[in-house]
Design a protein around this ligand. Structure first.
Ligand SMILES: [Zn+2]
Length: 138
C-alpha cells in the first residue's frame, strides 16, 4: 500500500505550503458558509461554499500536478507574500512597543523604515540602506 502510494506520487508535486494553505482556507470557508447559510440569504452562503470548493480543488490539482517547476515557483511566490505580510505585522508591533523611546521615519528615497531615539531635537537622519539624508524632529 505504501509502495503504491509512493509510486502514485512519483513525479508529482506533492503537498507543499501553498497547497496546505489553500486546503486550510477551503475548510475554513466551508465552515463559514454553513454558518452564513443559517443566518443570511442562501446566495451569500452558496458563493462562499463555491469559493471553498475552488480552494480545495486547486490544492488537489497542485498536489497531483506533474509540472513541478511551475508549482515550485507558485509556492515561492506564496511564501514571499506570506513573509512580507508577517514581517509587516511584526514591524508594526515593534514600532508600537518602542513608541516611547524611538521615533520611526520612512526614508523618502527607498521607503525603508528608520528608527531614531526620541528627544534629540532637530536631527539629520541618514538612511542606512540608500544613504539619503533628511532633516527630522525626534
Ligand atoms: Zn533610504
Amino acid at each position: 500500500m505504501r509502495d503504491r502510494l509512493a509510486r502514485f506520487f512519483y513525479g508529482r508535486n506533492g503537498i507543499d505550503k501553498l497547497s496546505t494553505f489553500l486546503w486550510v482556507v477551503g475548510l475554513i470557508l466551508l465552515i463559514v458558509s454553513s454558518i452564513v447559510r443559517r443566518f443570511a440569504s442562501s446566495g451569500v452562503g452558496y458563493a462562499i461554499w463555491a469559493l471553498a470548493l475552488v480552494c480545495i480543488v486547486l490544492s488537489f490539482i497542485r498536489i497531483f500536478s506533474r509540472n513541478i517547476s511551475r508549482r515550485a515557483a507558485e509556492n515561492e511566490r506564496y511564501l514571499s507574500i506570506k513573509n512580507s505580510v508577517v514581517n509587516g505585522f511584526r514591524g508594526r508591533k515593534t514600532r508600537f512597543d518602542q513608541r516611547h523611546d524611538y521615533k520611526f521615519f520612512k526614508c523618502p528615497e527607498c521607503k525603508s523604515v528608520l528608527r531614531v531615539p526620541r528627544g534629540k531635537g532637530r536631527i539629520y537622519v541618514t538612511c542606512r540602506k540608500c544613504g539619503a539624508r533628511f532633516e527630522a524632529k525626534s
